[in-house]
Write a protein of this length. Structure first.
Length: 442
């Protein structure tokens, strides 16, 4: 449905009043977003408390893959809320059947699922179980990696923002460079580098490990670090390296799963078979739902009742997640993510040719990162221009977020129900905002 997008004042009076109250009662550590107070949403559209409409290119934070208030999703939640919402760890039909359905989507080695609530809870569980199963405490992770904000994931976090002034993390984390081809730490170029960063892992481990390494954890693309996509084949190469070294291979798909990259799960692109897989965000499409999927032999190291979650796998979230799978499959949303994502990527690459502020455009499906630079040749990151661009796009009716180690990457991640017409609307807004900023229009 095409809607006229007019320039508006941000924040509007209703948003301004609620943001003022928020400042009085809520801590500033909460996410720093455009000063817009959401009231309701439908599909890819959000309406604020002042009645302004915006096209949502955030999906919250890559969560609402079905779009906002999808009728089938809403109906499933309403019906379940009338029956039963929580029972702690007692089995329910909703939890058991969902577990069976999810497991059927994976390679045969991934045959057990532990339903939880948040992505951090899933990665926390993966790290704990990996240490128990292997009897080793060291875990390899990557510069720029983000796996949650609790203390276990903090120990394998590859960015200052997750660790800064929180004291010593859980010991055992060893870091290595990620395959960031736009800013390669080794000054190599793909494909001539022949995955040099993976070849260096042995040297890093042999020089940094105490000989007690049991696992490696990675994102298939790095979200928080700036939507950094490794070259094709890197993830499979890493899997093979890990298994040669006898390490458990953990893939954190909290952000990339449930259709976001054009496949139900990103591991499908390269036929990767991890020992454990972390899921979240789009799993509930707005309801708190996550999971740790893994091999039976790994979960068997835990005693009965030794790990549980107060609300993990609750019937309400399970019913919502079942509906998510229905919509993804029936409406072919992964396929739509690939189709519209390819169109959107092509159009954004065309903007890159036109606008010098766009240093890099990278992505897969409906997850695309725009790296904003003050100097394209020097790749000088500009968080200031990034903030201006996000605000200007907001004035014209498009909601965006930012990520990146330098705070200069705009995340493009609309709901998977977006059409090419709606995607083009976003491109037009981006084009107009970039033109005005480059020309000094106030």
């Amino acid at each position: 449905m095409k809607k006229e997008l007019k320039k508006r004042t941000i924040p509007g009076p209703g948003s301004a009043e609620l943001i003022k109250i928020s400042g009085q009662h809520e801590p500033p550590c909460m996410a720093d977003q455009l000063p817009v107070v959401w009231d309701h949403g439908e599909g890819v559209w959000v309406t604020d408390v002042d009645g302004n409409q915006y096209i949502d290119f955030t999906s919250g934070v890559l969560v609402t893959n079905l779009g906002h208030s999808h009728p089938h999703h809403v109906e499933a939640i309403q019906k379940q809320a009338e029956r039963l919402m929580n029972c702690y760890s007692f089995p329910t039909p909703e939890r058991v059947k969902l577990s069976q359905r999810i497991i059927s989507l994976f390679p045969s080695n991934l045959d057990k699922i532990f339903l939880l609530t948040t992505g951090a809870e899933a990665t926390e569980a993966a790290l704990r179980i990996a240490r128990r199963y292997t009897g080793k405490h060291e875990i390899l992770s990557f510069y720029g990696g983000f796996h949650g904000r609790t203390y276990g994931p903090m120990g394998v976090a590859g960015s200052k923002g997750t660790r800064y002034q929180f004291g010593p993390p859980v010991p055992g984390g060893i870091m290595a460079p990620y395959a960031n081809c736009y800013r390669c730490i080794y000054d190599k170029e793909y494909p001539g580098c022949d995955f040099y960063c993976i070849k260096q892992l042995d040297r890093i481990i042999d020089s940094s490990s105490s000989g007690d390494m049991g696992a490696v954890i990675t994102e298939p693309y790095q979200g928080g670090a700036g939507f950094i996509f490794p070259p094709e084949g890197w993830l499979k190469e890493l899997e093979q390296w890990a298994k040669k070294r006898g390490l458990l291979f953990i893939v954190d798909e909290v952000q990339s799963s449930f259709g976001r990259t054009g496949r139900m799960f990103m591991i499908e692109w390269e036929g990767v078979e991890p020992n454990m897989l972390c899921l979240g965000k789009g799993f509930g499409s707005g309801m708190p739902a996550s999971a740790l999927v893994g091999e039976s032999k790994i979960f068997e190291c835990m005693n009965r009742g030794e790990m549980s979650s107060t609300t993990g796998g609750n019937p309400l979230a399970s019913a919502a997640s079942w509906a998510v799978l229905d919509v993804l499959e029936n409406e072919k949303l992964p396929q739509n993510a690939l189709k519209v994502g390819d169109y959107l990527f092509k159009r954004l690459k065309e903007l890159q040719e036109k606008h010098p502020l766009l240093g890099d455009v990278r992505g897969k499906g409906l997850v695309i990162g725009l790296e904003i630079v003050a100097n394209r040749e020097l790749k000088t990151p500009s968080p200031e221009l990034t903030g201006k661009l996000i605000f200007r796009c907001g004035e014209y009716g498009m909601l965006l977020g930012r990520v990146g180690l330098h705070g200069n990457v705009i995340r493009i991640a609309p709901p998977l129900v977006i059409t090419e017409e709606e995607a083009e609307m976003g491109v037009s807004i981006m084009d107009k905002a970039l033109t005005e900023i480059e020309n000094g229009v106030q």
